[in-house]
Write a protein that binds this ligand. Sequence first.
Ligand code: NAD
Ligand code: DAU
Length: 377
Amino acid sequence: MKRNILITGGAGFIGSHVVRLFVNKYPDYHIVNLDKLTYAGNLANLKDVEQKPNYTFVRADIADLDEMRRIISTHHIDGIIHLAAESHVDRSIKDPFTFARTNVMGTLALLQAAKEYWESLPEKYDGKLFYHISTDEVYGALELTHPEGVAAPFTTKASSAGDMAYGTEFFVETTKYNPHSPYSASKASSDHFVRAYHDTYGMPTLVTNCSNNYGPYQFPEKLIPLFINNIRHNKPLPVYGKGENVRDWLYVEDHARAIDLIFHKGKVAETYNIGGFNEWKNIDLIRVIISTVDRLLGNPEGYSEKLITYVTDRPGHDMRYAIDSRKLQSELGWEPSLQFEEGIEKTVRWYLDNQAWMDNVTSGDYQRYYDDMYTAR
Ligand code: NAD
Ligand code: DAU
């Protein structure tokens, strides 16, 4: 079937993997990648698909309602996968207004433009979908009831041998929203607007909430690419607080595959949680990164451990995220394809082999911002 799909934020980390998957897998779909190209958006992430006949890039700001109206009607968009956002918690602490503008007002403008266009068509909402990509951070933080870890009650291919859980609770689709950072507050607000457009106007919408992603093309302000790059350059590794916070890590291509499945088979108005049951304490994850980078660079075992530098904690730092993704697994048959150790090895290799990509995104204006962020600590 021919379809015209708008993917927002397609030049960013996760968006570029989703665009690549859709452009290659669905030659009959026209994929329109809409991105403002902020510091986090990089068209070099999509070099391999930019010449494909079913791909179009449009530079635009999702908060510009008239532009959203024009783009959605010009391209006869019938499906939207909305990833564009300001995504970094530390930046949201310094500049919450930008997060409210893009994540809240931008999502609202996109919803409104889609509503107006779809309601103007004879078939109205038939065959349409507004799919909003959200985060587990909207649920708040779980407690670290087992700081040393207990045997995990659930495992998937993404989990490692000797899987651990650091608490007894998990985020499920009905967990009450309780965001703590300006970033998660803005994402929670956008999720509410998406559901409100379904409940009020009957727009076919769907929301998914995913845990921490890792893999190629992630901007090196986020833990994993930042630390890989710092180890390579023999720079300090700033561990927030005691390094005991826990995150649930999923390889980015497994998230992209889940998005594809849910876009095509998910039930309208539903929420699906996406995660790998793959919990890691930051300090343990950092040690895995250090040993992988050292091994691949030919350094002696433990060589870069000296770079670990404990710094002031992130204000309001959420202690533990852990997603229960059994609904997605049982209803739609999704499961992660990569085991964590395999995924980390692939990721470290990618960053080491793509130094030119890293040098490009860590130069110029970004470099100044980045220096300010970390010298202030
Ligand atoms: P990212 O920061 O790497 O990319 C965001 C993209 O959005 C960039 O290309 C940027 O240019 C674009 N953008 C920002 N403001 C825009 C605007 N006003 N108009 C148009 N484009 C704009 O983010 P990411 O990590 O790829 O996350 C993508 C989405 O997935 C976000 O909505 C995020 O909340 C969500 N998410 C991320 C993770 C994660 O671990 N990274 C996990 C769960 C959910
Ligand atoms: O859970 C999903 C979320 O994961 C997404 O919604 C966000 O967009 C994404 O940025 C990510 O948020 P986190 O805050 O968990 O990711 P980050 O990589 O910034 O940090 C991961 C953990 O590592 C967190 O506990 C903070 C810690 N950290 C991070 C950095 C950048 C450090 O200790 N030192 C650092 O320098």
